[in-house]
Design a protein around this ligand. Structure first.
Ligand code: ADP
Ligand code: MG
Length: 720
């Protein structure tokens, strides 16, 4: 453990060139395409990408040829389809470029067929029963909207992953469908304001929080290694109470790591920009500049692999778990989300003209309606066994979705809702004049009006969905959000068109409809303290989803409303939704199951033996005191005896609850239904974990420090 302290920073290989010169060097981006493809192939590929067309066989062959050359010139030796299965993280299956040359040797080969489509034998990926083993084929197919890149020595090709029967088995497929849905629906509505709009683009800027732990210490904590979080550990005497970590100076070891990471990000075209300390000791954050949502999500997944690798070089272990340490803040991943048009308008930025502002209010009203209507679903989209530790824990958004708008927007909405139509003068010479809508822009100059307790906050030109877990695939939240908003925009358009068809003027129809939306969906709007007890009561009264048990939260995916919405938007069919929920419940069970096993082993094999040893040392001491001092010694040994019986009591409970936990597990394992099983794990196994922990943590304070078998929080949490 000695070496963990005072380790020197590992020197970083800083390129001589400026970032703009090496940025994207490992990405087959347009400038590399231009260099490596002949002109007509380049044009055809760019056309396919821009217009979401598929590649023909011949074009694919030509692209593959150039891509292979580029990859090999840059050190790649094999290639892999890179996809996002329903487990955490990403999956790869590597193949070398080599093929027989028919003369006993080999040649480097990479055909269009291999680029475009593969059949990874993927029966071991979770599929919720969609794919029985006798038809274990899954297809991975190139997503040309996301560029190929080189990671290590591998050319990675971003792909979707679907079953033989066409159902999605990944996150990317439904994400692309949801983005497509919001593009179509958003464009139709944006055209009310500008005929030239042809696409609406969803943007995502994620902020990734993480912890760093010294590797040697990490390796000595089986709970961290196997579950990603500490299952025991008494709070350090000092942790975050002095609030000295946030924006504090970064230790040099960490600084070197961050610099290295940023350089690697830039080489891979991830526009990493912001880095700083977070609230908890050893907690940090990295945020790139926002990008189109599909690409941004690929970049986040890529970052999650990259960060561990780079940390390794610096003798750190990265913890992406939502709650690695009890008693200090956990880690989230804020998803800054917005919509923009291909004509350059950001739809959540209040504009300078009344038209822009009406457009802003229109999109705002629709987001509000979508989030209100699907608040339960949005919560389900960010829920997991690991994020459960963080939500509602008075440090992170509560297990209730609400929307923060801030004083200025709230006032603007109030004015609009309470105005009568005569304050709106449409046929004015200067164009449309909306008294109550025009007042927004000057107000929004300052958006420091931040509410950190809101899970879904408007922050001036975007929404910040803050409830996402640090280890999650952002796609889950982005699928639900973009799909719900798309669906809402579609019904908005239908309502407005109906009024127009009935002879109403367009602007009047729009204003009338958004006024109704604002009024009907006020329940989701909450600018107060989301951590307070009163909010829980109030939210319940407003009819917001307040379920806090994650296995039951998942039910929201299968509600009649959700199923219909996903069907209308073409994002999921019912088979997919059912299958994916099976996977969610199964994953939930497995995570709790692993934690229960690890804690059981640690309790019985590590903690009890040590506590017993220390206890017998004390007993020995008492015996010696009595032997030497006889009657007079009994008072001297009084405190020892008390400690001995306290230790005995804690040990008894630890053993007892561990046994109870094993039995609860056995009973739960017999349940066939995945949902019921996950509920049983939540209700009967999970509570044992915290009970056992409580008593182990008490023992940690009593037992001789030298004997304690695991690194303690005060060692894990402070990098020097
Ligand atoms: P803060 O910590 O104040 O929330 P950060 O700078 O850490 O801010 O992160 C803000 C994130 O939001 C960045 O990724 C940034 O690029 C992104 N962002 C800014 N504007 C938009 C927008 N219109 N749409 C989506 N993301 C945005
Ligand atoms: Mg933020």
């Amino acid at each position: 453990m000695e070496e963990a302290y005072g380790r020197k920073a590992v020197p970083v290989n800083i390129p001589k060139e400026r970032p703009s010169e090496y940025y994207g060097m490992y990405v087959f981006n347009r400038s590399q395409m231009f260099r490596y493809l002949d002109r007509s192939t380049y044009n055809a590929l760019v056309n396919a990408i821009d217009n979401k067309k598929s590649l023909g066989r011949e074009l694919a062959d030509n692209v593959a040829k150039g891509m292979k050359q580029w990859a090999m010139d840059n050190g790649a030796r094999d290639y892999s389809h890179w996809f996002h299965p329903l487990t955490d993280g990403t999956a790869e299956k590597h193949d070398g470029f080599i093929e027989h040359d028919g003369k006993g040797g080999v040649i480097e080969e990479f055909s269009g067929k291999l680029l475009v489509q593969q059949e990874p034998d993927a029966s071991s990926f979770p599929n919720g029963g969609i794919r029985n083993t006798f038809e274990a084929r899954g297809y991975s197919a190139w997503d040309i909207s996301s560029p190929a890149f080189i990671m290590g020595h591998t050319l990675c090709i971003p792909t979707i992953f679907i079953s033989y029967t066409g159902e999605s088995l990944d996150y990317k497929t439904p994400l692309l469908r949801a983005l497509n849905a919001v593009d179509k629906a958003g464009t139709a509505v944006a055209k009310y304001f500008d005929e030239n709009v042809n696409h609406v683009i969803s943007y995502l800027g994620w902020e990734q929080e993480y912890f760093l732990v010294d590797k040697a210490l990490y390796a000595a904590r089986p709970d961290l290694v196997m579950t990603g979080r500490t299952l025991m550990g008494h709070e350090s005497a000092k942790n975050q109470q002095l609030e000295d970590h946030y924006f504090g100076s970064i230790p040099s070891r960490v600084e070197a790591f961050m610099l290295d990471l940023e350089i690697e990000c830039h080489k891979l075209g991830i526009p990493a920009k912001t880095r700083h300390n977070e609230v908890a000791p050893n907690q940090f954050e990295l945020a790139p500049i926002y990008e189109e949502t599909n690409l941004a999500n690929d970049h986040n997944l890529l970052l999650m692999s990259l960060i561990s690798e780079v940390a390794n070089r610096h003798n750190f272990q990265v913890l992406l778990h939502e709650k690695p340490f009890a008693g200090v803040n956990g880690s989230g991943k804020h998803n800054n989300w917005s919509l923009g048009t291909d004509t350059g308008t950001m739809l959540f930025s209040p504009g300078k003209t009344p038209t822009d502002n009406l457009q802003f209010m229109t999109f705002l009203a629709n987001v509000m309606a979508a989030v209100n209507h699907f608040n339960g679903l949005l919560k389900a989209s960010i829920s997991s066994a690991t994020n459960e530790h963080r939500l509602g824990a008075n440090e992170a958004p509560p297990a209730i979705i609400s929307m923060f708008l801030g004083q200025q927007i709230s006032d603007a909405i109030d004015r609009l809702v309470n105005s009568d139509d005569d304050t709106i003068n449409f046929a004015n010479k200067e164009g449309m004049k909306l008294k109550n809508v025009t007042q927004i822009p000057e107000l929004l100059v300052d958006n420091t009006d931040r509410n950190r307790t809101s899970p879904f906050a408007f922050t001036g030109n975007r929404f910040e969905f803050r409830a996402i877990g640090s280890s999650a695939n952002c796609a889950s939240a982005m699928i639900a959000l973009n799909a719900a908003v798309a669906d809402q925009l579609n019904s908005f358009k239908a309502a407005v068109d109906e009024k127009i068809a009935a002879g109403e003027q367009k602007e009047k129809a729009i204003v009338g409809t958004i006024k109704k939306l604002f009024a009907e969906n006020e329940a989701i709007h909450f600018d107060g303290n989301g951590y307070s007890e009163e909010w829980k009561v109030e939210a319940q009264r407003r009819g917001l989803d307040c379920e806090s048990s994650v296995p039951k939260i998942f039910d929201a995916y299968l509600s009649e409303d959700s199923v219909a919405m996903f069907k209308r938007t073409g994002v999921f069919n019912e088979i997919e939704l059912k299958a994916r929920n099976e996977v969610k419940w199964e994953m939930y069970t497995k995570k709790v199951q692993i934690e229960a096993r690890v804690l059981g082993d640690l309790a019985i094999n590590h903690i009890i033996p040590v506590a017993t040893r220390y206890q017998s040392l004390l007993l020995d001491n008492v015996m010696k005191i009595n032997a030497i001092y006889g009657e007079g010694g009994s008072e001297m040994a009084e405190q020892e005896k008390e400690t001995i019986s306290k230790i005995a009591r804690h040990m008894f409970i630890i053993k007892d609850v561990t046994e109870k936990m094993v039995n609860a597990r056995k009973a739960a394992n017999k349940i066939e239904c995945e949902r019921e099983k996950a509920i049983a794990y939540h209700d009967t196994v999970k509570p044992c974990l915290s009970e056992i922990r409580y008593h182990i943590d008490k023992l940690e304070l009593m037992v001789d420090n030298e004997m304690w078998p695991l690194p303690k929080y005060r060692e894990l949490l402070f990098i020097r």
